[in-house]
Design a protein around this ligand. Structure first.
Ligand code: ATP
Ligand code: MG
Length: 473
């Protein structure tokens, strides 16, 4: 690992400008947190830099606005923090502070303090280092808690006693797991013991903060590492007890060592490897969530999970609502959970064009991601089986491409719209229009009529009597 500082002209220039201002105001300023850590790790800088100001941060904010063309300044005077954009950087400033916590709340009382006190209230030693950007000591690392040593040892460790750090802000337990997962670090033994002991206290954290931290864990390169740690720490059951229930549920008779929980982790890793976005990773997380509830033993067949995709759709909606995911994310995940068995059902040689059209029509714009999920769902340890399943999907894709090319069905829009139906058949707005469209849609999907305007209109005319048969209008 490279623990040398990486010189970067642009950042150094920024530091010089900020330091000049700090000197005029007589308020020392330091870069802290993730920037210092990532720089020591030799990682690229993401454009987000945190600073700590020893003094009145609000006065610094006003002076900064006068001195430099910063943009989008947002200040939180009550918390002594502000953020702003400058030369493509997102900069966050906070005045050096002490924090004191009440037992029932995450919102601390803060007071201005010195740098050392400020570093002690940070979550981990590797995040509790400051970089001196003054002219005299430029590049000096202030490291009271041996963060550099822990970077070398690849350890996540709290600066204070774990009890204090985690009791004050229990979200830090999830942050420990996020950093361990992201960097492939271990969690120091006493820190880990502290997490296990205080896992219950996650209950005082708002669901928004939990969701945000959980998303970051899911977006790491190998989310299974973090999900396993969340599980072992007793944190997962605090906000996602349904995931824990997947443990110990046997997949099928011939794979008695693989339960649904571990299968699910593998599927998420597979999706992550293909670069899947957050919502696709969530779909992977939830695709088999209803297996524990739908598990039945059938004589002659073994364990079955009939309807787990339908029950799973309902469950994932309810869980995601509770965790306050957006309606858009919920709709996407629900749809993929509901449809995740469909492609597999179409791999036989006798599959009809009509069945393929239905898959394309129902999955719409999400078709590509549905197929990514299905491929990720192949977690057999038997290479022959894996090869067979992958081959099945490859052949299915060829057929799908054929049908698609013929029909242009992916973004299906009925070629005859409601306005035209009203004009041609001289009817007023009402149920009949919907009925006619549905009739047409079914005919197109069944391949009775091609997906073209003239043919469709002719087909509607031919069948108008049937369509309007039971209409009371
Ligand atoms: P990332 O690369 O994900 O931005 P980061 O370490 O910069 O990681 P931030 O959430 O941006 O994390 O926070 C910046 C710094 O503020 C951290 O490095 C840490 O020192 C401190 N910090 C942030 N959140 C907490 C917290 N909940 N408890 C204690 N310190 C925190
Ligand atoms: Mg950061």
């Amino acid at each position: 690992m490279n623990t040398e500082l990486i010189p970067s002209e642009k950042i150094d220039q920024l530091f010089r400008e900020l330091n000049q201002l700090a000197q005029q105001l007589g308020m020392p300023i330091y870069a802290v947190g993730g920037y210092v850590r990532d720089r020591l790790l030799g990682l690229p800088v993401g454009g987000e830099i945190d600073f700590v100001i020893v003094g009145d941060a609000m006065r610094f904010a006003r002076a900064l606005e006068d001195a430099l063309p910063v943009r989008q300044m947002v200040t939180y005077p009550r918390f002594g923090t502000f953020m702003t954009r400058y030369k493509g950087f997102n900069l966050e400033f906070v005045n050096a502070r002490s924090e004191s916590y009440q037992s029932d709340s995450r919102n601390p009382k803060t007071e201005q303090a010195d740098l050392e006190t400020d570093l002690s209230r940070r979550d981990f030693t590797i995040n509790a280092m400051a970089l001196d950007i003054s002219e005299e000591h430029f590049g000096r690392i202030i490291d009271r808690y041996n963060g550099q040593e822990d970077l070398k040892q690849r350890l996540i460790r709290t600066p204070l006693e774990p009890k204090t750090t985690f009791y004050d802000d229990p979200l830090r337990m999830m942050r420990a797991i996020r950093f361990a997962t992201r960097f492939g670090f271990d969690i120091a033994a006493d820190t880990w013991a502290g997490i296990r002991e205080h896992a219950d206290r996650l209950a005082i954290i708002t669901v928004e903060r939990i969701q945000d931290e959980f998303n970051k864990i899911l977006m790491t390169e190998k989310p299974s590492v973090g999900l396993n740690l969340l599980d072992q720490a007793g944190l997962l059951r605090q906000f996602l007890p349904e995931a824990e229930s997947m443990k110990g549920v046997e997949q099928r008779k011939d794979f008695h060592h693989k339960d649904v929980f571990y299968h699910t982790l593998e599927v998420i890793d597979n999706v992550a490897r293909s670069g899947g976005r957050l919502e696709l990773r969530l779909a992977a997380l939830f695709h088999d969530i209803a297996k524990p509830r739908t598990k039945r033993f059938e004589e002659g067949t073994g364990w079955t999970f009939h309807g787990h995709e339908v029950v799973g759709e309902r469950m994932s909606k309810a869980i995601m609502r509770k965790l306050k995911y957006s309606n858009e994310a919920i709709a996407f995940v629900a749809k993929l959970v509901r449809m995740h068995l469909r492609p597999m059902a179409l791999v036989s040689d006798e599959v009809t064009d009509a069945a393929i059209r239905r898959l394309l029509f129902l999955s719409g714009n999400d078709f590509h991601e549905l197929m990514l999920l299905c491929r990720a769902d192949i977690t057999s340890k038997n290479p022959k089986r894996v090869k067979k399943y992958i081959g099945n999907y490859d052949r299915l894709m060829l057929k799908i491409e054929e049908v698609e090319e013929r029909d242009r069905l992916r973004n299906f829009q009925p070629p005859v719209d409601g306005r035209e139906i009203m004009e041609v058949f001289k009817i007023k707005p009402g149920k009949m229009i919907g009925r006619a469209k549905k009739f047409l849609e079914e005919a197109i999907l069944d391949g009775i009529v091609p997906n073209e305007h003239d043919a469709c209109l002719a087909y509607l005319k031919e069948n108008w009597e049937r369509i309007s048969e039971n209409d009371e209008q």
